[in-house]
Design a protein around this ligand. Structure first.
Ligand SMILES: *[C@@H]1O[C@H](CO)[C@@H](O)[C@H](O)[C@H]1NC(C)=O
Ligand SMILES: *[C@@H]1O[C@H](CO)[C@@H](O)[C@H](O)[C@H]1NC(C)=O
Length: 364
């Protein structure tokens, strides 16, 4: 879609969005709902049937639901060997189209979810800081049903209609309970998926700044600004670290400045006024992926998923950083970048525009 047509469309959608508020918002925003794990889990955290439809999966997940077809929408961020990512239910999905129905793909069996297939994870850094835990890394995203080359977007418990992406998606962690078997509901979290990269931050709900560290409004500037990190491909490690700056907040010439994401109608974000500071880390312990992800050996991708190794000849994509023109959402390919992180910035940024656009369609 040409930029002019796109911006006109967004403006029109925004107008009808206002007009369509009845039937759009739930009685209680997802981020205001509290459920103990596992005893208090509802079958569906979102029980409404509004403009975006119903919650497509469920939150009670058990041995009956555990398979590569699970529609479990209860995820975890526990440790370097125990976390989930929001992937798609069906192969070759575009995050911007399917973020509302994302399902949990996890590294550990036993919680009723899909398993991330062996070999999909190409590098993982888990980071524990005073205010949050975060897992960042590299992935063959097609193996969790995100189309090869899609720049992706942001999942969080808010969304334009406050029902979350995915609708009704819940996140838990055992990071702050002192016990691996005791879980805290994560109220504020964000998960960026796309360009074969991911970052998933879970903010400690007992801390006053959880909503700031897990900011959900900067959906167009990707992991490098929302979850600045030092993850590397081929490295699997668990670290402790200092807190990041709040996403969007930076210091220049001694002044603290807050970045404001420009309106979508101004087009793709191609430059940023700052580089996010990567906090100091320590006590990094390195692992091999096979020792971390023993249980994944038996997990398979959904039939029909076109993974990196299988698609290089048939797709226009030639690699993770050059793969951005091959998808339907890749209309910002002119802003292609060679750096993985920058790619996430510009590309996931643009696709988030499309994500918002699709939401606007559903909301209007
Ligand atoms: C297992 O999960 C499914 C799907 O949420 C649910 O319908 C079923 O009642 C659960 N079974 C048990 C024994 O909790
Ligand atoms: C708790 O989980 C961590 C990370 O998976 C693991 O290293 C540790 O051994 C577990 N502790 C117990 C008591 O099971």
């Amino acid at each position: 879609m040409a930029p002019v047509a796109l911006s006109a469309f967004i403006a029109a959608s925004a107008a009808s969005l206002v007009a369509a508020q009845v039937g759009t918002f739930p009685a209680t925003p997802l981020a205001s709902k509290r459920f103990a794990y596992p005893s208090g889990l509802p079958y569906k955290a979102d029980t409404e049937n509004l403009v975006r439809g119903i919650q497509t999966g469920y939150n009670i997940c058990n041995s009956t639901t555990e398979s590569q077809d699970s529609l479990c929408q209860t995820g975890f961020v526990n440790s370097v060997d125990d976390f989930c990512l929001w992937g798609a239910p069906k192969p070759n999905s575009i995050v911007g189209d399917t973020e509302g129905e994302a399902v949990a793909w996890c590294t550990k069996p036993g919680r009723g979810t899909r398993l991330i297939p062996e070999g999909a994870l190409k590098g993982v850094q888990f980071m524990r800081t005073p205010d949050y835990v975060q897992v960042v890394g590299y992935i063959d995203q097609a193996m969790i049903n995100i189309q090869h080359g899609d720049y992706g977007g942001e999942m969080d418990p808010h969304g334009a209609d406050l029902r979350g992406n995915p609708l009704g998606g819940l996140v838990y962690s055992n990071s702050w309970s002192g016990s691996n078997t005791s879980f805290t509901q994560v109220i504020e979290w964000h998960n960026f998926m796309g360009s074969d990269q991911f970052c998933f931050k879970a903010c400690d709900p007992s801390k006053t700044n959880a909503a700031h560290f897990c900011e959900h409004t900067l959906d167009r500037i990707g992991c490098a600004f929302n979850a600045p990190h030092a993850a590397q491909t081929g490295v699997f490690e668990s670290c402790e670290g200092d807190n990041q700056d709040f996403p969007g907040v930076y210091t220049t010439n001694g002044a603290v400045v807050t970045y404001k994401q420009p309106p979508e109608e101004l087009g793709a974000i191609t430059t940023m006024p700052y580089t996010a500071r990567i906090p100091a880390s320590s006590n990094c312990v390195k692992y091999t992926s096979s020792e971390l992800f023993v249980a994944l050996a038996s997990a398979t991708p959904n039939a029909g998923a076109v993974t990196t190794s299988a698609s290089s000849a048939s797709s226009s994509a030639t690699g993770s950083s050059a793969s951005r023109s091959g998808t339907s959402s890749g209309t910002a390919a002119g802003a292609a970048s060679t750096s993985n992180d920058a790619g996430v910035v510009v590309m996931s940024g643009f696709v988030s525009v499309l994500g918002v656009l699709f939401s606007a369609i559903f909301l209007s």
